[in-house]
Ligand binder design. Structure first.
Ligand code: SF4
Length: 233
């Protein structure tokens, strides 16, 4: 497997034209079904959000995004549950906050049509759903991968990148070149950001010993409490 640094270099070399070709060949138009913003029967909605994206939402005039905990929760993977049903332990990412139904806290539905109250400030993972670039160290969205397109290799040793498409009823619909290029630009930015974050998390990690019933999130900026404040040493 390539080092995270090598994968980051590959992500930085991604061609927006080639990504747009891949997106165009798969095809996509958002139907506003809300499937990528809502939880499933046994699983709450889970989408990675970077610390600066949380702050951007806090600073925006998005309704209900006044406090870190309104926007983000610790990514639950790897956490254990106490007898009281609370989570505890260490985790390495933030996820968009969910409501009592397990849906993203910014999702609203009117007459069966979904909408995002944070649309202008929504995180990169939302801007790029249902696509991802398969590189080691990037995170994959909730939906299963259902289609993929290989990008042209640059040289004989190149492990060419793969654009994946995840479960979405909007796949296969015609997309304009302009929209495909805009999506491709965001997809490249997301792949680069995810790898930069993964490298910073690795480099900044200092083991913590959370108290019973406490969660510590180690993100790219250091170790934090659930309210986003730095953990005191
Ligand atoms: S922030 Fe908006 S686009 Fe992203 S999951 Fe929530 S409702 Fe959907």
């Amino acid at each position: 497997m390539q080092s995270l640094e090598a994968e980051l270099e590959t992500a930085r070399q991604l061609s927006i034209d080639e990504l747009a070709d891949a997106i165009e060949s798969i095809g996509f138009e958002c139907t506003r079904c809300g499937a990528c913003c809502t939880g499933e029967a046994d699983d709450d909605h889970t989408a990675t959000v970077f610390p600066d994206e949380v702050r951007d939402l806090e600073a925006s005039d998005t309704d209900g995004a006044d406090d870190w905990r309104d926007i983000a929760r610790p990514m639950p993977y790897g956490l254990s549950e106490t007898d009281d049903g609370d989570l505890e332990g260490e985790t390495f990412e933030w996820a968009l906050q969910t409501d009592s139904c397990g849906d993203c806290v910014f999702y609203e539905e009117t007459d069966g049509v979904g909408g995002c109250t944070a649309h202008d400030d929504r995180p990169l993972i939302c801007q790029t759903y249902p696509f991802s670039v398969a590189l080691a160290g990037t995170s994959q969205p909730m939906g299963k991968a259902v289609d993929s397109v290989s990008l042209p290799a640059r040289d004989a040793d190149d492990e060419d990148g793969i654009v994946r498409a995840h479960e979405c009823e909007g796949l296969g619909r015609e997309i304009s070149r302009e929209d495909a290029e805009e999506l491709a630009g965001a997809l490249k930015e997301r792949a680069v950001r995810e790898l930069e974050e993964a490298i910073a998390v690795r480099d900044n990690y200092a083991p913590a010993t959370p108290a019973p019933g406490e969660v510590v999130v180690h993100d790219s900026e250091g170790s934090k409490r659930v309210d986003g404040t730095p953990l005191e040493k």
